[in-house]
Design a protein around this ligand. Structure first.
Ligand SMILES: [Zn+2]
Length: 228
């Protein structure tokens, strides 16, 4: 039984980054769990427990629509994860991996513009050091509309996808899950608008000759006892 772990910084990153692929995994009978590392609200001013609860409820609804087994919430500060020791974030991610034993992890690209995204990506890399006994065979970096493409650093490694998942049958599911995060969406032509998310899926699909796709950078793939 395949076990898929999605490690996202904020609620909505998981749907923007790999919502269609999550649906594809769940449809194939794989067990998918989502971990949301940061609180997702605190950078925008004071928030109440009720606000946080509502935000988490939206995340549970969005993920349940796609068939996710469980959503785990971390408590790291929103848009300030560079103020936290990387080791603490890595330990949190490591504990999730230890408990769930995934074979595949989806997470952020390490050169994303958003600092929390970068820290989470680094924490996953740290937690997945390829030591004897590590069971994580596949690590994929996703792109998050309104963050990954905003990175300006021309010297850094840009997001250049080399792994595509066709999501033609699941694009509507992805959009419906995203609707649970309506408060995070912006009007077109913002890149975090429903239209832009659809256009990106169409473009990533057209890139590889299918109706719709999600694109990833393959970070690591280990083949065990299989013909390469
Ligand atoms: Zn985010």
């Amino acid at each position: 039984m395949r076990r898929i772990l999605v490690v996202a910084a904020h609620p909505d990153d998981e749907i923007l980054g790999c919502g269609g692929s999550i649906r594809a995994h769940c449809t194939a009978g794989h067990i998918v769990r989502t971990v949301i590392v940061a609180q997702g609200l605190t950078a925008r001013g004071a928030v109440s427990e009720a606000d946080l609860d509502a935000h988490r409820r939206a995340a549970r609804e969005a993920n349940a629509r796609l068939g996710v087994d469980r959503v785990v919430f971390g408590d790291f500060p929103d848009n300030a994860m560079d103020t936290v020791a990387l080791l603490d974030v890595a330990k949190f991610v490591e504990a999730q991996i230890h408990e769930f034993q995934p074979d595949t992890i989806y997470t952020h690209h390490p050169h994303d513009l958003n600092v929390d995204h970068r820290v989470v990506s680094q924490a996953v890399a740290t937690a997945c050091r390829a030591q004897p006994g590590i069971g994580v065979d596949t690590i994929l970096f996703f792109e998050v509309a309104s963050s990954t493409e905003w990175q300006l650093d021309p010297t850094g490694a840009a997001f250049v996808p080399n792994w595509f998942v066709e999501i033609s049958p699941y694009l509507d599911d992805k959009m419906q899950a995203l609707a649970e995060y309506a408060h995070e969406m912006r009007p077109w032509p913002h890149t975090r608008s429903y239209e832009a998310v659809k256009h990106l899926a169409r473009w990533r699909g057209a890139t590889v000759g299918v109706e719709a796709a999600e694109a990833f950078v393959l970070a690591r793939r280990i083949l065990r006892g299989k013909t390469p």
